[in-house]
Design a protein around this ligand. Structure first.
Ligand code: DX5
Ligand code: ZN
Length: 232
């Protein structure tokens, strides 16, 4: 049984002069989560948004599920601030904390899902003994820092290996992919075992983000259909 595909448009490609309307449009088109890329111009060579924007979206009545990707170092203080601001999932990079197990436990203690991001050069050994401390593994299919990059196909074997690693365990862990996801690469990632898909430029970077999201939904549904056909 294939897991439902979750689509998470990334705000990094949205029009920041009308962020609320941008989010409303993709939620109405069926987005499952909103991916919130936090970049500090230290861990990655780019600077984006902090917890204040998330707080103001919540105050304006936004009820979206925010999948917060912390490309920041150090990360522990921002974990606290984003949890208070209304994050639902907090994803950290292992290199951004000295004590990964403590950071993941703190995220869960704050009532959020705990996620770990694997950069393209990271192997599954970066997950260490954290299998039961994790709710999400975010597999970077680009090098972190920018939207609009090209999907790295050499990450596909890692996605397949991670799918097996997750399925060999007991507690559920969401396998999420991030970077260069469009109507073509979402099929490759889905076939490799991914279940959640971040897309910035392929959704908010398009003139009609709702139609672009629906196109991704059709593409992954076709991949599932083919898969079912193949499994028959
Ligand atoms: C890159 C970010 C990704 C990226 C997604 O560091 O983590 O979320 O912005 O944008 P696209 O889908 O355009 O690669
Ligand atoms: Zn991201």
């Amino acid at each position: 049984m294939s897991r439902p595909a979750l689509l998470a448009p990334s705000l990094i490609s949205a029009d920041f002069s009308r962020l609320g309307a941008e989010i409303d449009a993709v939620l109405a088109a069926g987005a499952d989560m909103i991916h919130y890329d936090v970049m500090d111009n230290h861990y990655v060579p780019n600077l984006s948004i902090g917890p204040l924007v998330l707080s103001s979206l919540r105050r304006a009545g936004c009820r979206a599920e925010f999948d917060v990707h912390l490309m920041v170092e150090p990360v522990d203080d921002l974990v606290e601030e984003f949890a208070r601001a209304g994050a639902r999932t907090l994803i950290v990079h292992p290199a951004a904390t000295r004590h990964l197990d403590r950071t993941l436990a703190r995220i869960r203690a704050l009532g959020c899902r705990a996620g770990l991001a694997l950069n393209p050069a990271d192997g599954l050994e970066a997950l260490g003994y954290e299998r039961d401390a994790l709710d999400v593994v975010l597999v970077m299919t680009v090098n972190p820092g920018f939207a609009g990059q090209t999907f790295l196909p050499h990450v596909l074997p890692k996605i397949r290996a991670l799918r097996r690693w997750i399925d060999d365990g007991v507690s559920p862990v969401r396998l999420e992919v991030d970077g260069g996801i469009d109507a073509r690469t979402i099929v490759e990632a889905r076939r490799a075992g991914a279940e959640a898909f971040v897309a910035g430029s392929a959704v908010f970077g398009q003139s009609d983000s709702a139609a672009a999201l629906r196109a991704l939904r059709r593409a992954v549904a076709e991949a599932d259909g083919e898969g079912l056909a193949g499994a028959g």
